[in-house]
Design a protein around this ligand. Structure first.
Ligand code: RP5
Length: 168
């Protein structure tokens, strides 16, 4: 799944279909900013061979950033990062048992030497992963930079236009 026929530049992967209600917020942000992406389920535990193939081939296929979301024993972002030099942004998905604290610590507490950028638990983290991926691309892409700029300006204006917290 991708927004257009453009070559995907961001890979949005997740450990399970059950992660989609959170991870779709990363995709929503990429779509809003006009960044071509692909998305698929890649599980560290259930499809380890696919994980290795995906991560090893990602740069060659034209991806520039990988967003990886997972919950519980969330090994996906770290294992993907170990197999590619692309920046990997990890999104901790809220788990039933521990409300995502397990996911957050699994993703954030990487050993020194393999980097994963860890975002917040859940929707905010997924949204910001999409935004941060776009900001990474914006370093070398004026069109994406302009889209991020516009997003920021509209966000600011929306707050300024609605100063009364009681208003509908
Ligand atoms: C993780 O286990 C997934 O990322 C998901 O958050 C969690 C539960 O997966 P399901 O049992 O819902 O497939 O690997």
């Amino acid at each position: 799944m991708q927004p257009s026929n453009e070559q995907p530049r961001v890979g949005v992967i997740m450990g399970s279909r059950s992660d989609w209600p959170v991870m779709e917020h990363a995709v929503n942000m990429l779509e809003r900013l006009g960044v071509a992406y692909e998305t698929r389920v890649v599980s560290a535990h259930r499809t380890p061979d696919l994980l290795f193939d995906y991560a090893k081939g990602a740069a060659e296929r034209g991806l520039q950033v990988i967003i990886a979301g997972a919950g519980g024993a969330a090994h996906l972002p770290g294992m993907v990062a170990s197999q590619t030099l692309l920046p990997v942004l990890g999104v901790p998905v809220e788990s039933k048992a521990l409300k995502g604290l397990d996911s957050l610590l699994s993703i954030a507490q990487m050993p020194g030497g393999i980097a994963v950028g860890t975002l917040a638990i859940g929707k905010a983290g997924a949204t910001n992963a999409g935004l941060l991926a776009a900001q990474i691309l914006a370093l070398h892409d004026a069109k994406v930079r302009a889209a991020v700029d516009t997003f920021r300006a509209e966000q600011t204006q929306a707050v300024l236009d609605n100063p009364d917290p009681r208003a509908e």
